[in-house]
Design a protein around this ligand. Structure first.
Ligand SMILES: Nc1ncnc2c1ncn2[C@@H]1O[C@H](COP(=O)(O)OP(=O)(O)OP(=O)(O)O)[C@@H](O)[C@H]1O
Length: 632
């Protein structure tokens, strides 16, 4: 009996390659009657040679049983190895983020727009990670973790954001906030356009891609969208009229609750809807479009991750993507009425955010999370409420225009305050260099662990395929079956395989040879023929990679398209009822059961991908908000 974690047993087991050879030998026509011959090169072989044809079935059965046991042990051993490599990679990523700072601030400069008549290129000057603003005859320098100049692409921005997203998959709470004056490109960065998708759609795609390549974890995703508007929280995905706070519905102002562990949940919000209901949710979002007003938009992706077996508890992490709303000073805009009230509410919210950040910076005493809905919602992603487990990124947006330089300086000062949460920001030159060296070292460690992990993943895949095949072979030959358990092969399939009409029309019926009198057991020659037929069929119905389960629960308007129809079917199955480990070896059967028809589906591609369509992923929000600049 193999005990999980017994490394000696695992390391003394035959390798996948060796077992592959052995299984190949079992069904090889070159070996005697389909049986392996003992070889001096393989003393450890679990399969032996036979001379008495009557003893053959029992010995062969034992040999296959041994092979199955070894393969199962091999898979367990490889999974353990992968888990430890994965932990190493996560630790390295975490170290990198810690050395870089768990609260980071990037700055993005918007390019000049057609509407910008006066273009003074001297106002904003970007030098590496520094930015100089020339304003009223004086120059002011600001340093950030990264500065994106006017010509930076959406891709450039996302590349820098991506490591933080990965830490959400690793179980950390992450918060990415876009801050800045109205019209400086917050929505452009977060949502983007159909052709130039921003962080939100790219994040979804990235998360799905990464989850779909991780076969040892199961992931679930839920997506929610909230708006903080005039001090109330509303569910942007709720059907009308409950989402209309200004129409006085009591349901619209959702309660924010914090559990004893400091985890925040929004009471009664957010239907969890599977992809199949996207159209319905899409309609809901569109319905809310005419409610033009100005609030703060919060997109939340909850990532559920479990280790792929029933003993492993599911861990949850939250990823917040927040458009903080225009930060401009209201006197300057000359706003009145509702616009003025909306502006005031946003500014109060931002100032509460600033206070929370300042308190976090002090690292002691009371943190005033309760002063605004925004900070209450983001509480468990903003900082030290329950350890240094959270990662935050602020993307401050500025305009290149001279007439905006006052607002630009205000935004940059705010961002500077956020950045100062990390005490080691302004390091002397040699400490900075040392820090950069450390980052490079850990990045190398992480890359190595990733590469090693990929290798082990491939080995697991191979071993699982082999195990699946061997079990199939074993069950086909030795498992006692009653008459109802006939495996029927479609006549046309048999015709293709065998080329003889006669054999094709008969379903292949399997009986346990050991349960029959010896005179009724198959002869060596008939077993050989039978084996050849089985192999042909097996090679046609290609073995599938065991499903690693990724399920999606959406309450958003996003539509997800899967590049592989078979995967979609399997996915729907896994959403309805998570398969057990044993079932994971037979995904084709699962899929067949699910749609209730015989599966002619081609085998699942090795690298199945879950893709998103950007155009569909674009949340129809921009029209939902009124731009301050339009009103001036
Ligand atoms: N990096 C960029 N490249 C090209 N166009 C940009 C960029 N940033 C912003 N824009 C354009 O500038 C305009 C204003 O941008 P956007 O609506 O994203 O600003 P905002 O800060 O979200 O404003 P609001 O506070 O009103 O929501 C849009 O037309 C947008 O396409």
């Amino acid at each position: 009996m193999l005990v999980l974690g017994d490394q000696d047993q695992i390391s003394s087991m035959p390798t996948v390659e060796k077992l592959t050879e052995e299984v190949a030998m079992v069904s090889s026509p070159d070996s005697f009657d389909g049986l392996p011959m003992a070889s001096p090169e393989s003393p450890s072989s679990t399969l032996v040679s036979f001379t008495d044809v009557n003893v053959v079935p029992e010995q062969q059965q034992k040999g296959l049983e041994q092979t199955i046991l070894h393969l199962e042990g091999e898979v367990i051993g490889l999974r353990l190895k992968k888990r430890s490599l994965d932990a190493k990679r996560r630790e390295a990523l975490n170290k990198i983020l810690d050395v870089k700072g768990s609260t980071r601030v990037f700055c993005r400069v918007r390019p000049f727009l057609i509407a910008d008549k006066r273009r003074n290129h001297e106002v904003i000057c970007v030098r590496s990670e520094k930015l100089v603003v020339s304003f009223g005859g004086s120059k002011k320098e600001f340093g950030f973790d990264k500065v994106f100049p006017q010509n930076a692409s959406q891709e450039d921005v996302f590349m820098e954001v991506e490591p933080i997203l990965r830490s959400a998959l690793d179980g950390h709470n992450v918060c990415i906030m876009a801050y800045g004056q109205t019209g400086t490109g917050k929505t452009f960065t977060m949502e983007g356009t159909n052709n130039l998708p921003g962080i939100v759609p790219r994040t979804l795609k990235e998360l799905f891609d990464q989850a779909s390549t991780d076969s040892s974890n199961e992931f679930t995703f839920t997506l929610s969208m909230l708006e903080v508007y005039m001090g109330s929280v509303r569910d942007l995905l709720a059907p009308k009229p409950s989402n209309r706070i200004h129409h006085g519905s009591s349901k619209c102002n959702l309660n924010i609750q914090t559990d004893p562990n400091g985890c925040v949940e929004i009471e009664g919000s957010l239907m969890l809807v599977y992809p199949i209901s996207h159209k319905q949710v899409d309609g809901t979002i569109k319905e809310s479009e005419p409610d033009l007003h100005r609030g703060q938009i919060l997109t939340r992706i909850t990532v559920g991750r479990s280790g792929g077996s029933e003993e492993c508890m599911e861990e949850f992490s939250k990823l917040w993507l927040v458009d903080l709303g225009g930060s401009e000073r209201l006197l300057k805009t000359g706003a009145t009425g509702q616009t003025l009230d909306e502006g005031k509410a946003i500014n109060l919210s931002l100032s509460a955010l600033g206070d929370v950040i300042a308190a976090l910076k002090r690292k002691r005493g009371h943190v005033p999370y309760r002063n605004s809905k925004l900070t209450q919602i983001l509480r468990d992603s903003l900082g030290s409420a329950f350890g240094d487990d959270s990662k935050a990124l602020m993307l401050v947006h500025i305009s290149p225009c001279e007439e905006d330089s006052g607002e630009t300086t205000c935004s940059l000062n705010f961002a500077k305050r956020v950045r100062a949460i990390e005490s080691n920001k302004e390091l002397p030159e040699d400490s900075r260099k040392q820090r950069e060296r450390r980052i490079l070292e850990v990045e190398k460690e992480m890359r190595e662990a990733e590469e090693e992990c990929q290798k082990v993943r491939n080995q697991i895949h191979k071993a699982e395929l082999l195990l699946h095949e061997t079990k199939k072979l074993f069950e086909g030959r030795y498992r006692p079956q009653n008459d109802n358990d006939m495996i029927s092969v479609k006549p046309e399939e048999c015709k293709k395989v065998l080329g003889t009409h006669q054999t094709a029309e008969k379903p292949i019926k399997r009986n346990s040879s050991s349960s029959l009198p010896r005179f009724m057991t198959s002869t060596a020659a008939s077993r050989h023929r039978h084996g050849a037929v089985e192999e042909e069929i097996n090679s046609r119905v290609k073995p599938l990679r065991p499903l690693h389960r990724v399920s999606f629960q959406f309450s958003g308007s996003q539509s997800i398209s899967y590049s592989d129809a078979h995967f979609r079917t399997s996915l729907q199955c896994s959403i309805k009822k998570p398969p057990h480990d044993g079932e994971a070896n037979e995904p084709m059967r699962d899929a067949t059961n699910c749609n209730g028809s015989d599966s002619k589906t081609p085998s699942m591609p090795r690298n199945k991908r879950v893709t998103t369509s950007y155009s569909n992923l674009k949340v129809a929000l921009p029209r939902h908000r009124r731009r301050m600049s339009d009103l001036i």
